[in-house]
Design a protein around this ligand. Structure first.
Ligand code: GLV
Ligand code: MG
Length: 335
């Protein structure tokens, strides 16, 4: 069972509280649904029990001539289903597209309090967030909504990455951010056609090692951006996410990319294909062995201060805080 949706409540027991004033809900996978396809809408009732968040995608991957049907389809799927504890998000079209304004003007009054988060693509600076923030405030007041709709920015342009801290600080409505590696690669002029993941040519060569020669060690293309995004998000109490992984045939590489992001602080990733739901669920839930060790640390230092040795490893106030992050997440998963 997942934790109930609860806005502006603390994440879990006690301090420290990294995601201050943000929703408590578990959001390990943001599952993308193309809402203009009736067959896909029909799968939503089953999805609600399997995923943490259902997202109706209106932006890229939806053909231009299906944009209006996708918007209507999203309003329909929101009306047709009880989402219980599962999040309901939409990814709207970008601000300078012909569809953005109608996406917001039609969806907010029609879906109302059922809508948890709007994912805004191609965010370049705080001004993009300010604009949506004001628009939402006006529409919420007009429709008499009682719960603020949160904003989730996709970090997918060079300018957005440059301005990531201002974006994070732009509004109390900010829920979090996702890395958008496909658009970001294009925006930066990177030489890849992949959606996330590594590239065999992005590697460092080891030194010459006799007969063994030299080995190429592939590097994580997204390390710098994920690190920058995590620091900006956590400085403002927001949630960082890895975005899409486009090679559905390579579950090992997907798992490895998600795991890197999890270790660096991300709380979830997008699932674009049903096979990625379980990958994200496993990766973004703490490993039972790690949880058991983390509990030992908390038990050994009840007030979180001092220094102890556990299994030959030194623990102190800082590792107590690390352990608490893992144990809090495990409690959220179990609740
Ligand atoms: C996601 O939108 C991406 O561009 O990777
Ligand atoms: Mg994109």
């Amino acid at each position: 069972m997942k934790s109930p949706k609860s806005f502006y409540a603390p994440l879990a027991i006690g301090a420290p509280q990294p995601y201050r004033d943000r929703p408590v809900a578990l959001e390990r996978m943001i599952h993308f649904v193309p809402p203009h396809i009736e067959k896909m809408r029909a799968k939503v009732p089953d999805l609600i029990d399997k995923v943490d968040v259902v997202l109706g995608n209106l932006e890229d991957a939806i053909p231009a001539d299906a944009k209006i049907d996708a918007r209507k389809g999203f309003i329909q799927l929101a009306a047709d289903n009880d989402f219980k504890d599962t999040g309901l998000w939409t990814r709207v079209n970008c601000l300078n597209s012909p569809w953005f304004l109608d996406d917001i003007l039609q969806i907010v009054p029609a879906v109302g309090d059922k809508l948890d988060v709007i994912m805004l693509p191609k965010v370049e600076g705080a001004w993009d967030i300010h604009y949506l923030d004001q628009l939402l405030a006006q529409l919420e007041a007009q429709a008499g909504l009682t719960k603020p709709i949160m904003i989730h920015a996709i970090l997918e342009t060079a300018e957005g990455v440059k301005n990531v801290e201002e974006i994070a600080a732009a509004s109390p409505r900010m829920h979090g951010m996702s890395l958008g590696p496909a658009d970001l690669a294009a925006s930066r002029g990177m030489k890849t056609t992949r959606v996330g993941g590594g590239h065999p040519d992005y590697a460092v060569l080891s030194d010459e090692d006799g007969a063994a020669g030299r080995t190429a060690y592939q590097q994580d293309l997204w390390h710098y951006t994920v690190g920058k995004m995590v620091d900006a998000c956590l400085s403002y109490g927001l949630k960082p996410f890895y975005g899409p992984f486009g090679d559905f045939s390579d579950s090992d590489a997907c798992q490895s990319q998600f795991r890197n992001a999890f270790l660096m602080g991300c709380l979830g990733a997008w699932s674009l294909h049903p096979s990625q739901i379980d990958i994200a669920k496993t990766v973004f839930s703490p490993d039972p062995g790690e949880v058991a060790f983390a509990k030992k640390i908390l038990d050994a230092m009840p007030d979180g201060t001092g220094a102890v040795m556990i299994d030959g490893k030194m623990q102190d106030d800082a590792t107590w805080k690390q352990a608490k992050v893992i144990v809090d997440l495990a409690r959220l998963v179990a609740s």
